[in-house]
Design a protein around this ligand. Structure first.
Ligand code: NDP
Length: 444
């Protein structure tokens, strides 16, 4: 019986989880990243009026791509180059958390300056030039990002095997899983390994492309309804969704140093899952609400609805920032700090790294981290739901990002529990006793 179950577990792990699942996920996401923007931009957000079915939709999406549109290649190339060069901007040095082998990566705090400089260029460009034409080029942009992302992952795969950077790396023995999950934790290049690929791709490229698309979508909507805007009719829903996503992204850049201690950066290897996810999935999928709103601004929301959405959405984003910041400050100060005027409650956990050395870490038990063990995810979902709701109720397309994020974060909370339980053992159990719920108190 034991032998049977371990054979089954091995089969499940090696064949299903590490081979079939990555293949299916790659095929589905690579196509979804084209089909969904195509359906919104070129099919009036109506997936059901496609007579030739799903295969027909896949074919027509890929056929709509203009591979020789050099303006799109240039825009992507310039942003990618700038993302690399941005690591030369001045900023205070800081270190990421130690890995299981004791390695600590070095970073420079230049995210806010990068955002300001980029926006100082992007905003005047978007305002001065027609953007509706760029909106109709979106499938070409999607396809270029999808293919460039895959090529970049092949590069990471080869680099991981031939010249890995310092930090954790290694192969699972299964090339499909290695491509999907990645080989290196901190792939870098250049003098003194200054250029960190994760910072370049996630923080400097992916999120700034998201920001640019949101602004382009707002301007395209403005151009489509210039006459209405001139009459004083503002597209309140589009404006609310734009403001909320912009503030969310500004929050990210203000907290970029904190991001360097998150699961994406300090736990997950850099392969298709994170790298392609950031190069292609984030710009093509996270922006669906804005793309949808270009032609489908619900009329009912009005100035009051706008005010409610903006106030609620901003509150969620600010609270997410505060929750993430509490964890960051807790670690920086070893738990010696106050939350709302009271000393923070913490657990001083001891764990063993892979070299057998005893290490200490602080687990925060009060503040947001005392409400549930991942209350930051609930707040993050709240922001996403509010800007999705700006798309109204007549289609599910504006809610796709929220639905995706819900699945991602529930799965991630489960994954993180497993990691923390294995790392901290009895200290994690003590935390779970004091804070029994993973995300939503009394529910989950
Ligand atoms: P967290 O910021 O929640 O980090 C989890 C890690 O924090 C754990 O692995 C553990 O790491 C440490 N930790 C756990 N409990 C405590 C505690 N009580 N006190 C102190 N440290 C603790 O997760 P993520 O990295 O996933 O998320 C970071 C942010 O990014 C969140 O705001 C999240 O919502 C957002 N996010 C957004 C996504 C998107 O696509 N929009 C996707 C994923 C995340 P250690 O080993 O160091 O102890």
């Amino acid at each position: 019986m034991v032998a049977q179950s371990s054979t089954f577990e091995r089969f499940y792990l090696k064949v299903v989880r590490e081979t079939l699942f990555p293949i299916v996920l790659i095929v589905v996401t690579v196509n979804a990243a084209i089909i969904l923007p195509y359906a919104i931009v070129h099919k009036n957000s109506n997936l059901s009026n496609q007579k030739s079915g799903l295969i027909g939709l896949v074919k027509s999406s890929w056929r709509s791509v203009n591979w020789t549109d050099w303006s799109v290649w240039t825009a992507v190339g310039v942003l990618f180059l700038w993302s690399n060069l941005s690591l030369l901007l001045p900023g205070k040095e800081f270190h990421g958390p130690p890995t299981q082998s004791g390695f600590r990566p070095t970073y420079y705090r230049s995210g806010p300056l990068f955002y300001i400089l980029t926006m100082a260029t992007v905003v005047p460009l978007v305002w001065s030039y027609p953007m509706l034409a760029w909106y109709y080029k979106f499938t070409t942009l999607s396809a270029i990002l999808v293919i460039s992302g895959i090529l970049f992952c092949i590069f990471l795969f080869v680099k991981g095997h031939t010249c890995p950077s310092p930090g954790d790396f290694g192969s699972s023995g299964n090339p499909i899983f290695d491509f999907y999950w990645g080989l290196e934790l901190y792939p870098r290049y250049g003098f003194d390994n200054l250029f960190d690929w994760k910072t370049i791709v996630i923080s400097r490229f992916s999120l700034i492309v998201w920001q640019a698309i949101v602004l382009v979508a707002w301007k395209a909507n403005y151009e489509l309804h210039t006459a209405a805007y001139r009459k004083g009719d503002v597209s309140w829903s589009m404006s609310a969704a734009t403001i909320l996503q912009t503030v969310y992204l500004i929050k990210f850049y203000l907290w970029e140093d904190g991001y360097m201690s998150t699961i994406d950066t300090s736990v997950d290897r850099f392969g298709f899952y994170v790298a392609w996810g950031c190069i292609a999935w984030v710009p093509n999928f996270y922006t669906l609400t804005s793309l949808y709103l270009v032609k489908h601004t619900p009329s009912g929301i009005g100035v009051v609805g706008f005010g409610v959405c903006v106030v609620l959405g901003l509150s969620m984003t600010i609270l997410t920032y505060l929750a993430d910041r509490q964890r960051q400050v807790c670690r920086e100060k070893g738990g010696k700090f106050s939350i709302f005027g009271k000393p923070a409650k913490v657990i001083h956990a001891v764990y063993e790294n892979q070299n057998g050395e005893k290490k200490r870490n602080t687990l925060l038990v009060s503040g947001f981290w005392g409400i549930s063990r991942h209350f930051n995810y609930v707040l993050e979902l709240g922001s996403a739901l509010i800007w999705s709701a700006c798309g109204g109720w007549s289609s599910w397309l504006p809610y796709l990002y929220f639905i995706f994020l819900l699945i991602l974060l529930v799965h991630r909370s489960h994954r993180d529990e497993r990691k923390c339980r294995a790392k901290y053992g009895k200290y994690w159990e003590a935390y779970c006793t004091q804070v029994p719920f993973k995300m939503v108190p009394y529910l989950y």
